[in-house]
Design a protein around this ligand. Structure first.
Ligand code: COA
Length: 257
C-alpha cells in the first residue's frame, strides 16, 4: 500500500488550504511533501473554483523546515527536484496566498513566507533561518527578498546569526502582516482569505502580477544560483557536522574548519 503523504489539501468557499501534517516530526518537509504541495498549487492555478490559497501547518507548528535526515542521506539537488518545483510554484503562483503560521517556522518554513502575499502569525510563532548554523547558504531567493523586505542590516542579522525571532520581530521585518493569539490566527487567516475570494478574481491576479513583476526575474535567477551553491554545501563537511550533531542531539563543533 502507498504511504500517505502528510500534506492535506481541502477546498472550501473558493479557498484552497494546503496544510503540512506531520506533527510527530514537527512537520519537517520531505521531498514527497514538497511534491504534493507543488501539485496542489498547480491544481489551484488551473481551478476556477480556487481564488485564494491558505498555506498552513498543524495547530502549534508551521514546519521545522527541510527534513534533516533527507538532507543528510538523500539530498535533493538540481532543478527538477520536488523542492525546486515547490519553490518555483510558490514564487510564480498567480493567485493570492495567505500563510497562517504558529510555532516553529524554520528554514524554508520562514523563506517560503517571503513568497506569500500575506502572513498571519500566532503570537507564539518562532521563526528562524539557521542556514549558517547548518553549514549551508540561504535558499528560496531569501538572500534577495529578505534585505528588500527587512533592510540590509536586519536581513544580515537574521541570516548570519540564524537565531530564532518572534512574531513582533517578523512583523518589524515586513515578513508578517498580522499577529493574533494562537487560538485565533487560523480564523483570522480564513477571514482574510474569504474576503479576498469575494473580490473580482481577475483584478486580484492583475494586482498581484504588478506587485511581483519587478522582482520576478531576479527571484528566479537568485533562487537557481542559491540552489546550485546550497546543493554543493549540503554535502560539504560543515553541513555534515551540523546535521550529524542534530541527529546525535549534541552541539555542532565547527572549530576544526
Ligand atoms: N528534520 C527531521 N526531523 C525533525 C526536524 C527536521 N527538520 N525537526 C524536528 N524533527 C524531529 C525530531 O528529530 C524529533 O523526532 P523524534 O521524536 O523521532 O526524536 C521530532 O521531530 C520532534 O522534534 P524535537 O526537536 O524533539 O521538538 P522540539 O519542540 O524540542 O523542537 C524544533 C522543535 C523545530 C525547534 C527542533 O526540532 C529543530 O530545531 N529542528 C531542526 C530544524 C532545522 O534545522 N531545520 C532545517 C532548516 S534548513
Amino acid at each position: 500500500m502507498n504511504e500517505r503523504i502528510p500534506v492535506n489539501v481541502t477546498i472550501d468557499n473558493q479557498v484552497m488550504t494546503i496544510s503540512w501534517d506531520r506533527p510527530d516530526k514537527k512537520n519537517a518537509l520531505t521531498q514527497a511533501m514538497y511534491g504534493a504541495a507543488a501539485d496542489a498549487l498547480l491544481d489551484a492555478e488551473n481551478d476556477n473554483n480556487v481564488r485564494v490559497v491558505i498555506l498552513t501547518g498543524t495547530h502549534d507548528c508551521f514546519t521545522a523546515g527541510n527534513d534533516l535526515n533527507d538532507f543528510l542521506n538523500n539530498p535533493a539537488i538540481g532543478d527538477d527536484t520536488p523542492v525546486a518545483r515547490f519553490l518555483a510554484a510558490i514564487a510564480s503562483f498567480k493567485k493570492p496566498i495567505i500563510a497562517a503560521v504558529n510555532g516553529p517556522a524554520v528554514g524554508v518554513g520562514t523563506t517560503m513566507l517571503l513568497h506569500c502575499d500575506m502572513v498571519v502569525a500566532a503570537d507564539t510563532s518562532v521563526f528562524s533561518m539557521p542556514f549558517s548554523k547548518l553549514g549551508v547558504c540561504p535558499e528560496a531567493a531569501s538572500s534577495y527578498l529578505l534585505p528588500l523586505m527587512a533592510g540590509y542590516h536586519r536581513a544580515a542579522e537574521l541570516l548570519l546569526l540564524g537565531e530564532n525571532f518572534d512574531a513582533n520581530t517578523a512583523r518589524d521585518c515586513g515578513i508578517v502582516n498580522r499577529i493574533a493569539p494562537s487560538a485565533e490566527y487560523q480564523t483570522l487567516a480564513r477571514k482574510l482569505a474569504e474576503t479576498m475570494a469575494q473580490l473580482p478574481p481577475n483584478s486580484l491576479r492583475t494586482t498581484k502580477a504588478f506587485l511581483k513583476s519587478s522582482m520576478e526575474q531576479v527571484v528566479s535567477t537568485r533562487m537557481k544560483e542559491e540552489a546550485d551553491v546550497f546543493g554543493k554545501m549540503i554535502q560539504g563537511p560543515e553541513a555534515v557536522e551540523a546535521m550529524t550533531a542534530f541527529t546525535e542531539r549534541r552541539p555542532a563543533d565547527f572549530s576544526k574548519f
